[in-house]
Unconditional design. Structure first.
Length: 214
């Protein structure tokens, strides 16, 4: 599989900026979790989210996709492009409304949280599921980190592999959050004000090098 496994595994979840304060206070929850933010603003494909609820994880006894909080292994996701363009019926939004919540895999391991991960889009029949860190070699690290991920005549599964997921069961506690990435100075100020009120010091940065936004 192309690409060296990073020494530190970061995973990325994109959320609407209005969800940030609740997330920083309480963490991230599955859609059906009783502690999920009642005012949570969904930014993804509502039809796909509904389909995931009862879609089985490809490891026996590990439940359904709806039992997990999903992350990507890389930025510049297919979903973010759909949000930017309004493609596939996704609500079109300015990228500045989108915030990255970034976590280290190590934080989940230290808390002994249950997780699985995939080598591609979780609902694709070609995708495999894993729960052992040793299987991170099955993730295509070149593609998940890539800005350009279109399928080609020579490689017709690039888009599937780009969407490899890291899935944490039930709830991600707020102290697992290792960094926040935002679009511009206004969003940085917005996040900083929340941090100050909550007495938090999570590193927060603007995507000044264009590594996270299209």
């Amino acid at each position: 599989m192309p690409g060296k496994i990073p020494d530190t595994i970061w995973v990325f979840r994109i959320v609407h900026y209005t969800n940030l304060e609740y997330i920083l206070q309480h963490g991230m929850f599955t859609k059906q979790h009783p502690q999920q933010d009642p005012d949570y603003v969904v930014i993804g494909d509502n039809q796909l989210i509904g389909q995931r609820h009862d879609y089985p994880v490809g490891i026996e006894g590990m439940g359904n996709l709806g039992d997990y909080v999903p992350f990507y292994f890389g930025p510049l996701s297919v979903m973010l492009l759909n949000i930017k363009t309004g493609h596939r019926g996704v609500t079109k939004r300015s990228q500045r409304e989108i915030v990255y919540v970034c976590c280290k895999m190590e934080a989940f391991e230290q808390k002994e949280l249950s997780f699985v991960f995939t080598d591609g889009h979780a609902k694709d029949r070609l995708t495999s599921f894993f729960s052992n860190r040793n299987d991170l070699k099955e993730v295509d690290w070149d593609v998940v980190k890539s800005r350009y991920w279109n399928n080609t005549p020579e490689d017709d599964t690039r888009q599937r592999r780009k969407q490899a997921e890291f899935l944490v069961q039930d709830h991600v506690p707020p102290d697992c959050i290792g960094a926040i990435v935002v679009y511009d100075q206004e969003m940085l100020d917005f996040a900083a004000e929340i941090m100050q009120r909550l007495d938090l010091s999570i590193p927060t940065q603007i995507d000044s090098k264009g590594n996270f936004y299209y």
